[in-house]
Write a protein that binds this ligand. Structure first.
Ligand SMILES: *Cc1c(COP(=O)(O)O)cnc(C)c1O
Ligand code: SF4
Length: 344
């Protein structure tokens, strides 16, 4: 890899097996810096990987700018020394998810929808992740778990939507996804299947023909929520993937996390909303950061967030402004962050 331009190696040049692309993800901080021609003096050695490992597939790295330690994609994956800073406000489980985890792999916090933890890992490790300390070991990911989810849902007739989340739900191969879907479709109370995933963004080749065929033939309405934080994440391959999903009748939304130095400016947020919409993805949520241990350096103050939000209201049509929200323990929905009066 020495001195190489970012490899247009097979993983990124042609539509490729997404599992192979996953298997060749970069996990060594030194190798990542070398690929990007960023020097260690500027960025440290990436020691925070001892807290949460580094993992980033090539297909995502190719969208980063070489030689730029402030690249907004790089900042989302780099194990920065600042992660060692501790504070009583940033804790392991700020959302108290444990309290809404009635059976392994299932979170029932909001009335009409359940969130399922379908896998124990991700395609990329995002440094700001609110589940970086999640107790994945005590969840369960096999057919037995699926049966117990189905039983739970039957006992709760108010549930009409299942959310596949993670970890990373699209790490499930298509045949396994098909089996899970079959099981869910047997529950007449369910209307929608929602997938929250970062994989189609990170490895767009994940949107396979088998995947879109599943959506097309399903009796449930499919919703895909992309997790895109910055317009530079959307390259041609991502656009193609979004088009495939759109053509398969999947309704597409996006949620972003507001991150210091990554997307906390009006220029970036405006461009993001517009690029999403061009690709038929509707901006949905803009989340304030969850205060999980190790992510303090990403926090944007509520005051600054509100200012930025005001600017978005001025610059964008209403339908391109996502809802500004925060996730709080023991609430029955996301908490909207309100602006007391309309911007001047
Ligand atoms: C965010 C979230 C949902 C989905 O909420 P919506 O407002 O419907 O997008 C469901 N369950 C849990 C536990 C969540 O954190
Ligand atoms: S993909 Fe989502 S769950 Fe996985 S590390 Fe990133 S933010 Fe966390």
């Amino acid at each position: 890899m020495k001195g190489a331009i970012i490899p247009c190696s097979p993983p990124v040049c042609h539509k490729q097996d997404w599992k192979k692309q996953l298997a060749t993800a970069i996990t060594d901080p030194g190798a990542l810096l070398e690929l990007l021609k960023i020097n260690k003096e500027q960025m440290g050695k990436g020691n925070a990987q001892s807290l949460f490992s580094l993992k980033v597939p090539y297909a995502y790295i190719t969208r980063m700018k070489q030689g730029d330690p402030n690249d907004p994609l790089f900042l989302q994956v780099w194990p920065h020394d600042a992660e060692f800073v501790t504070s009583p406000d940033f804790i392991a489980d700020p959302l108290e998810e444990k309290s809404s985890n009635p059976i392994p792999g299932l979170l029932h916090k909001y009335k009409s929808r359940v969130l399922t933890i379908t896998t124990a890992s991700c395609a990329i490790n995002c440094r700001y992740c609110f589940r970086r300390h999640f107790d994945y070991q005590n969840q369960s990911y096999n057919d037995t778990a699926w049966n117990s989810w189905a039983d739970y849902i039957k006992q709760h007739p108010e549930i009409d939507e299942v959310i596949l989340s993670g970890g990373e739900p699209l790490l499930l191969p298509d045949d396994k996804l098909a089996r899970l879907l079959q099981q869910l479709e047997l529950l007449p109370q369910l209307k929608r299947l929602r997938i929250h995933s970062r994989l189609p963004l990170v490895i767009p080749d994940r949107i396979t023909e088998e995947f879109t065929a599943l959506a097309k033939s399903s009796r449930l309405q499919w919703v895909l929520v992309w997790h895109i934080n910055h317009p530079a994440e959307i390259d041609d391959a991502v656009q193609d993937a979004a088009k495939l999903c759109h053509d398969a009748g999947i309704v597409q939304f996006n949620q972003s996390v507001l991150l210091k130095k990554v997307n906390d400016s009006i220029e970036v947020m405006q461009k993001l909303s517009e690029r999403l919409f061009t690709n038929r993805i509707q901006p949905y949520y803009l989340h304030l950061l969850d205060r999980v241990a190790g992510v303090q350096h990403f926090e944007v103050t509520e005051n600054k967030a509100l200012k930025l939000y005001n600017q978005m209201l001025v610059e964008l049509p209403g339908y391109l402004v996502p809802k500004l929200v925060r996730e709080e323990p023991a609430k029955s929905s996301k908490t909207p962050i309100n602006i007391s009066e309309a911007p001047i």
